[in-house]
Design a protein around this ligand. Structure first.
Ligand code: SF4
Length: 284
């Protein structure tokens, strides 16, 4: 979010956002399309808001004497199943569609190889409809990580789409050793807790406009999922109305304590972490 107000292009309205969190209210202004807008129009807003929340959460960690370990060139967490909401899925496909042909072909080939491996291990159905257990991490998430398939956007252990990376990638930061992130189920990873998982807000908004159950989609299954949801990809709503509906979904999920809301694809969001064994900030 930016404050004070930026110069806005024609067709954009400046809206004030106030998001209550356990650490206080986050305030800012965002530009919103006033004309017809698709679900992807909310992704930039969710990312800006997430970045503001991450900056605040990381600052609190530093004030508490803990150092954020995440750094460029460490792609250990980029071998997890990354859950994205439908608006982010459409956004990512739009992004890939804009790549120059060789880059696009390379990404699609990497995605195809990963999907082939997931098919070989009969994991696709469970990835889209995960089985719940009493474990904090879904079995399918552990299985996915064991395959050590790098995200198709990972290049030289850095994110090749860093400014466009999904919300789940933005709000995943740790203060424990980066070495541990390569073996997350053997260690208590100290994840910086985020007060609001905005990919979940986007998933809930999508459910509200479609009448379906909220779901998150594994990043590597995005092309397949988007291919099956072409009508939703092209739907448009009045931009300001869609933005207000998104904010309405952000508000009610503010947790009353610092529990980790987690990011699990395919489920009504809310119980597990992207990696195993993450510690609560308040529990360290
Ligand atoms: S999108 Fe980028 S940050 Fe996220 S998993 Fe892929 S390479 Fe890593």
């Amino acid at each position: 979010m930016s404050d004070p107000a930026p110069q806005l292009p024609a067709g954009m309205d400046l809206r004030t956002v106030e998001v209550p969190t356990p650490d206080g209210v986050v305030r800012g202004k965002v530009g919103v399309t006033s004309g017809p807008m698709g679900l992807t129009g909310l992704v930039r807003i969710a990312c800006e808001l997430t970045d503001a929340l991450v900056a605040r959460a990381n600052r609190l960690e530093e004030e508490a004497g803990r150092t954020i370990s995440c750094r460029a060139g460490c792609g250990a967490c980029c071998r997890h199943m990354v859950p994205v909401s439908a608006p982010e899925a459409f956004y990512l496909m739009d992004l890939v569609d804009c790549f120059e042909p060789a880059r696009r072909r390379a990404v699609i080939e990497r995605l195809d190889r990963i999907v082939g491996m997931l098919e070989e291990h009969s994991m696709i159905d469970e990835l889209l409809n995960p089985q719940h257990t009493d474990e904090p991490v879904l079995p399918i998430a552990r299985k996915y990580f064991r395959l050590q398939m790098a995200c198709p956007f990972l290049a030289d252990e850095s994110c090749s789409i860093h400014p466009h990376r999904p919300v789940a990638c933005r709000d995943y930061n740790v203060t424990s050793s980066t070495e541990w992130c390569s073996r997350p189920y053997e260690h208590d990873i100290a994840k910086v807790l985020m007060p609001l998982p905005l990919s979940v807000s986007l998933a809930r908004l999508t459910a509200a406009v479609t009448g379906d159950k909220p779901c998150l989609i594994p990043l590597t299954l995005v092309p397949r999922w988007v291919g099956a949801h072409g009508e939703l990809r092209t739907r448009r709503w009045p931009g300001l109305e869609l933005f207000d509906r998104f904010l309405a979904e952000v508000g009610p999920q503010v947790p009353s304590d610092r529990t980790d809301p987690g990011m699990v694809p395919g489920m009504a969001p809310g119980t597990a972490s992207r990696s195993g064994g993450s510690k609560r900030r308040g529990a360290r």
